[in-house]
Design a protein around this ligand. Structure first.
Ligand SMILES: NC(=O)C1=CN([C@@H]2O[C@H](COP(=O)(O)OP(=O)(O)OC[C@H]3O[C@@H](n4cnc5c(N)ncnc54)[C@H](O)[C@@H]3O)[C@@H](O)[C@H]2O)C=CC1
Ligand SMILES: N[C@@H](CC=O)C(=O)O
Ligand code: NA
Length: 435
C-alpha cells in the first residue's frame, strides 16, 4: 500500500486528537483511504511538553516552514487557530502545491476568499469539515448530499461552549462564569472565549454554511451578531414558563430576494428537537425544496470528535490525489454566484419576539405600552404582567409578539423606553418556530 505523508501545524486539543485517532485506528483508516497515512512532522509552540506525541508521529518541531518546505508532505493540516501564522502557513502550503485540511473557521470566515482563490489557481483542495459543528459531517452533507436542493434555510446550535453554558445554567443552576470555566477545561472553548460567548464563533460558522447554501462569497462582515454574555437567568426562567428553551442559534434563510444571516439567543419551542440539544452537542436543521427538513446532530467540539472530521477530510483528500480539480467537489457556491442573493440588513428580517419590560406599578401602564405596539402594527400573542413585589412599586411585563419586522420592533422599543412608566432597558429575545 502506498503511503501519504502529512504535516500537522498545531498539536493542542484538536491536533493532539488527530495524532491519537490516526494512530489508534491506523489500519482501518489506511484501508479505507487506500493508502497509509503517516504523520511525518508536527509543529507546536512547546514540543518539549508533548512527549505523549513522540511515539505517534515522525518528529516534533516548532517551525511550520519545515512542513511547507518538505516535498514529501502532500497534505498540510492546520490546527493552530487564529489568523496569523495560520493564514501564512496555509497560503505557503498551497503555493507549494500541497492540499490543506483546516479546522479554522475564524480564518475561513475572514480570509476564505483569498485562501479558496489561491487553492483554485493551484488546483489543490482546502478541506474544512472540522470548522463547522465539530464532528458532525455538515459540510459534506451540504456540499454533496443535498446538491439537488434549492436550500431554504439553515438553522443550528453551532457553538458547543455556549450551549454547554446555557444547559449548565438551566439544569445545574451554576453561574455563567463557572460553566464557562468548565467548558474551557474540557477543551471546548476558543483561545479567546469571548468568540464563543459573544456569538462570533457561531457567526463564523453560519457565514460558511450560508455561503455553501446560497452561493457567493462568505459574508461574515454582514452577519448580525449577539451572544449570550448578557443573558439573565430570569429570562431563561420566563422562557421556561412560556414553554421555550433559550438557545444560541445561527440562522440563515431566504427572505424575498435576499437572505437573513444572524446569530442571537433564541427562544425555541419546547416541542422542537433543537430545544432538547444539550451540553456541547450541536444540531443543524437544513431545509431544502426537494428533501424537506433534515437534522444533523452530534458533538460540536472536543478533541476526538473534531479529529474525526479532520481525518475524514484527510482521507477525502487522499482519495482525490491525482484527480484533476475540475472533477473535485467545488469548495463553496463560491465566486460563481449560484444565485443573486445578498444579505439583508437586520431591520429587514422578520421574527417573533419576547420582550421583558420593567414598569412602575401604576394605572394606565399596560395601556400606554400596548398603544405603542398598536401604532407600530405589531400584534401581541401573549402577555404576562408579574405582580409587583410589596413595597417596591415596580414590576415586569413579559410579552410575546406575532411575527414583525425587526425595524418596527426596534422603533417600538425606542418609544416604550421613553415612556415615564418604563424603568430601564427592555430585554429582547427572538423566537424561531422550527420543525
Ligand atoms: N477545541 C475544539 O473543540 C475545536 C477547535 N476548532 C478549531 O481548531 C483550531 C485549534 O483549536 P484547539 O486545538 O482547541 O487549540 P489549542 O490552543 O488547544 O491548540 C493550538 C495548538 O497550536 C499551536 N500554536 C498556536 N499558535 C501557534 C504558533 N503561532 N506557532 C506554532 N504553533 C502554534 C499551539 O502550540 C497548540 O499546540 C482552532 O482553529 C479552533 O477554532 C474547531 C473545532 C472544535
Ligand atoms: N469553541 C468552539 C469549538 C468548536 O468549533 C465551540 O465551542 O463550538
Ligand atoms: Na463538521
Amino acid at each position: 500500500m502506498d503511503s501519504v505523508k502529512i504535516g500537522l501545524a498545531g498539536a493542542g486539543t484538536v491536533g493532539g486528537g488527530v495524532c491519537r485517532v490516526l494512530n489508534r485506528n491506523q489500519e482501518q483508516i489506511s484501508a479505507r483511504a487506500g493508502a497509509r497515512i503517516e504523520v511525518k512532522y508536527v509543529t507546536c509552540r512547546h514540543p518539549e511538553n508533548r512527549s505523549d506525541l513522540v511515539p505517534l508521529v515522525g518528529s516534533l518541531g516548532i517551525d511550520w516552514h519545515e512542513i511547507v518546505e518538505d516535498p514529501e508532505i502532500a497534505i498540510a493540516v492546520e490546527a493552530m487557530g487564529g489568523i496569523e501564522p495560520a493564514r501564512s502557513f496555509i497560503l505557503a502550503a498551497i503555493d507549494a502545491g500541497k492540499h490543506v485540511v483546516t479546522a479554522n473557521k475564524a480564518l475561513l470566515a475572514q480570509h476564505g476568499d483569498e485562501i479558496f482563490d489561491a487553492a483554485a489557481k493551484k488546483g489543490v483542495i482546502v478541506a474544512f469539515e472540522a470548522s463547522v459543528a465539530g464532528g458532525i459531517p455538515i459540510i459534506k452533507a451540504m456540499r454533496e448530499s443535498l446538491v439537488a436542493n434549492r436550500i431554504q434555510s439553515v438553522v443550528g446550535i453551532i457553538n458547543g461552549t455556549s450551549n454547554f453554558i446555557l444547559t449548565s445554567m438551566r439544569k445545574e443552576k451554576i453561574s455563567f462564569a463557572e460553566a464557562l470555566s468548565k467548558a474551557q477545561k474540557l477543551g471546548y472553548a476558543e483561545a479567546d472565549p469571548s468568540f464563543d460567548i459573544d456569538g462570533i464563533d457561531a457567526a463564523h460558522k453560519i457565514s460558511i454554511l450560508s455561503s455553501i447554501a446560497f452561493g457567493g462569497p462568505i459574508s461574515f462582515d454582514k452577519a448580525y451578531i449577539e451572544g449570550i454574555r448578557d443573558l439573565q437567568n430570569v429570562d431563561i426562567e420566563f422562557a421556561d414558563q412560556l414553554g421555550y428553551r433559550v438557545k444560541l442559534l445561527g440562522i440563515t434563510k431566504r427572505r424575498g430576494t435576499g437572505i437573513e444571516l444572524r446569530v442571537h439567543p433564541t427562544l425555541v419551542p419546547e416541542r422542537r428537537l433543537l430545544a432538547h440539544v444539550g451540553g456541547v452537542t450541536n444540531a443543524v436543521e437544513v431545509k431544502g425544496d426537494a428533501v424537506g427538513s433534515t437534522l444533523y446532530y452530534g458533538p460540536g467540539a472536543g478533541s476526538e470528535p473534531t479529529a474525526s472530521a479532520m481525518i475524514a477530510d484527510i482521507v477525502d483528500v487522499v482519495r482525490m490525489i491525482g484527480v484533476s480539480s475540475n472533477h473535485q467537489v467545488p469548495v463553496l457556491g463560491y465566486k460563481r454566484k449560484i444565485e443573486n442573493v445578498d444579505v439583508l440588513p437586520m431591520g429587514e428580517t422578520v421574527c417573533s419576539y419576547y420582550l421583558r419590560i420593567g414598569v412602575t406599578d401604576s394605572p394606565g401602564t399596560l395601556a400606554d405600552v400596548s398603544r405603542v405596539f398598536a401604532d407600530m402594527g405589531i400584534s401581541i400573542e401573549s402577555l404576562i404582567q408579574k405582580e409587583a413585589v410589596a413595597g417596591q412599586g415596580s414590576t415586569s411585563i413579559v410579552l410575546m409578539t406575532h411575527t414583525a419586522w425587526e425595524a418596527a420592533v426596534q422603533e417600538a422599543i425606542r418609544r416604550i423606553e421613553a415612556l415615564d412608566c418604563v424603568t430601564g432597558k427592555i430585554v429582547l429575545l427572538r423566537k424561531e418556530e422550527l420543525n
